[in-house]
Design a protein around this ligand. Structure first.
Ligand SMILES: [Zn+2]
Length: 175
């Protein structure tokens, strides 16, 4: 188990598209170790809700969503959601300037970003199985933010009403 360092805006790994993970390598020890390290890293960040591999300096198409988001309203707890080679195959026509979006790689800024309210994501899970999952609310928001990371885009470049939130006033989500 290792805790990985989060890279900050300015590092070129955040500005470039990440590479696809060959399907046959998903079960390899190096990819499985990376996934576990990403989970441990996100676990240790109390205001973190999602993490993309380029944010830990690994340019691969992998992101995870914290179980803290997924377990809000359900009685059977689940683990972090792992999405490999994700692709949003459906965006709702309805878009909203969603309140407060922040990023672990752009501390401590917060802004509004125009996002679809619902999306459908196709991805491979950590066992190499193809999955499709619809999402609304915060999860739809996270899927879009993370997919942007994998093509080298940061929220701050398309956000409006950007504000600087003092680290002490943490009651926000960072992705
Ligand atoms: Zn981010």
């Amino acid at each position: 188990m290792s805790i990985l360092s989060i890279v900050e805006k300015g590092n070129p790994v955040l500005d470039n598209p990440s590479d696809f993970v060959p399907i046959e390598e998903i079960m390899s020890s190096s990819v499985q170790k990376l996934i576990n390290d990403m989970k441990d890293t996100l676990d240790g960040i109390s205001d973190g809700v999602g993490l993309a591999a380029p944010q830990v300096n690994i340019p691969l198409q992998i992101f995870i969503v914290s179980k803290r988001v997924l377990n809000k309203n359900i009685s059977a707890p689940v683990d972090d959601l792992v999405c490999i080679n994700p692709k949003i195959i459906k965006f709702s026509k309805t878009k909203k300037w969603l309140d407060g979006e922040g990023c672990l790689s752009v501390r401590w800024y917060y802004g509004k970003v125009l996002r679809s309210t619902n999306v459908t994501l196709e991805y491979y899970d950590e066992k190499g199985q193809k999955q499709t999952r619809g999402a609304g609310g915060l999860l739809a928001h996270i899927f879009q933010h993370e997919c942007d990371h994998l093509i080298g885009e940061l929220f701050i470049d398309k956000a409006k009403d950007i504000e600087y939130i003092e680290p002490e006033e943490i009651n926000k989500n960072y992705i």
